[in-house]
Ligand binder design. Structure first.
Ligand SMILES: [Zn+2]
Length: 436
């Protein structure tokens, strides 16, 4: 079969084969102009594109990832808003919503989320699932069904979310065996189902949290599945949760991947305490998912004042210590965050001012691409090389500033085929139908 060429484009050097020494050096924005060819769903060639002709070439990325979502409650804001914007308000609305959850409802919400994410160019997603309370069973029923249905288009990892102390109970152990038994050992090994849990409040975590975390790590290690925690989602506690996780992972010699989602409160520590904690996390092999949208919205509330404290995982310090850090969207149009749309470019745009992540720097782009892929244990790291999946996000932007300035058109290539261009929403159609 003959190779199909793509139009000339500019790709970040960090998403191009490091072994491709025939390519010119990246420009000051970290970009290289190339021509790519593919056949039978895989890239076959990377050719340099003459520098003088690159002025208006489109920017491209490999498809991005969503390492932390909540598909069971996505799009529930309209019926269950939390206009206070506080954690307590979010939890109360979430609990009310739990009482009316049905399989059909979760199925519809999650399918909408997967479909949107896929069309926006996501190539994998990890969702936490409320796994205790009235809505738990229906959520798992709907999401396990969708995990199978979407396996080819958008692999979905599911994480059991309970208060972490639940894992120290007989019911917790039974839940783990039921979820992982249901999927079989191969699904756990492939990352299809993971165990998770919330540490606190109170912050810092208390003794029962410690016992719960110890039980969770032992269970997951025994079952061969990864762990993804909701940990230190607060301004208070000084990183006590992640310090405990690092200590226990080493003490118990845990061999499965352990991820600390949120990891906010350590950001409030003075540098002399923060840096050794980041080193301890790296030594334990912990990974971190930073969640800027939900954290900046829910944390730091003080008497209705504009917040001066912005608790958020200290991404750059963790990266420098050697911790794998990804950025996730967390909540989408639910009581915990009213915005979001499963668009990874929107999250990249938001994260630049929120977390000083500049996409023209390798460390700024990795949390959305290669680091996220490593954290999720995926087979492809997201780097274009001969033999890699012919997957690409081709953007209607000529450079980073153009991309950051506004939402831009995009086309998504998956296994060498272009996904259909998005059709305008009913409201867009209404506006476009107005007289000139
Ligand atoms: Zn979450």
């Amino acid at each position: 079969m003959s190779a199909t060429p793509l139009p000339p484009l500019r790709l970040p050097r960090c998403l191009l084969d490091p072994g491709a020494v025939h390519l010119p050096a990246a420009d000051a924005d970290g970009l290289v102009a190339v021509e790519l060819e593919h056949a039978e769903g895989r890239f076959t060639a990377i050719k340099p594109y003459p520098a003088q002709a690159e002025a208006r070439l489109p920017l491209a990325l490999t498809p991005l990832l969503e390492p932390h979502a909540h598909l069971d409650k996505a799009f529930s804001w309209e019926r269950h808003p939390n206009r206070t914007g506080t954690m307590a308000g979010a939890l109360a609305a979430n609990q009310r919503e739990h009482h009316e959850r049905s399989v059909e409802q979760v199925h519809a919400r999650a399918e909408r989320a997967l479909d949107q994410g896929w069309r926006y160019g996501l190539r994998a997603m990890r969702s936490h699932v409320d796994s205790l309370g009235p809505g738990a069973e229906v959520s798992w029923e709907a999401l396990l069904d969708l995990q199978q249905a979407w396996a080819e288009r958008l692999p979905l990892q599911l994480v059991a979310l309970v208060p972490v102390r639940h894992w120290a109970t007989a019911a917790g152990e039974q839940l783990a065996r039921q979820l992982l038994g249901r999927r079989g050992e191969s699904a756990a090994a492939a990352g299809g189902v993971l165990l998770g849990g919330v540490l606190g409040a109170p912050f810092p975590p208390d003794g029962a949290d410690g016992e719960g975390l110890r039980a969770l790590l032992r269970l997951a290690d025994g079952l061969g599945c990864g762990v993804d925690l909701h940990i230190d989602e607060s301004a208070d506690g000084g990183g006590a949760g992640v310090a405990l996780a690092a200590r226990l992972v080493i003490e118990l010699r845990i061999g499965v991947p352990v991820c600390c989602s949120h990891s906010c409160s350590m950001s409030q520590l003075p540098v002399r305490r923060l840096l050794p904690l980041a080193d301890a996390m790296a030594e334990a092999g912990l990974a971190v998912v930073a969640l800027p949208t939900t954290n900046l919205w829910l944390l730091g509330h003080r008497d209705g004042h504009t917040p001066a404290q912005r608790p958020l995982a200290p991404i750059r310090q963790l990266q420098r210590a050697g911790v794998t850090v990804a950025v996730g969207g967390d909540n989408v149009q639910d009581p915990w965050y009213p915005g979001g749309d499963f668009d990874p470019l929107d999250l990249l745009r938001f994260s630049m001012p929120a977390a000083h992540l500049a996409p023209w720097q390798r460390q700024g782009l990795m949390p959305f691409t290669t680091a996220s892929s490593r954290l999720m244990g995926l087979a492809w790291d997201g780097v274009v090389r001969p033999g890699a999946p012919a997957d690409l996000l081709l953007l209607g932007a000529s450079g980073w500033s153009d991309l950051l300035a506004r939402p831009v058109p995009r086309r998504v290539l998956r296994a060498g085929r272009w996904l259909p261009a998005p059709s305008p929403s009913p409201l867009q159609q209404l506006l476009e139908a107005l007289p000139a």
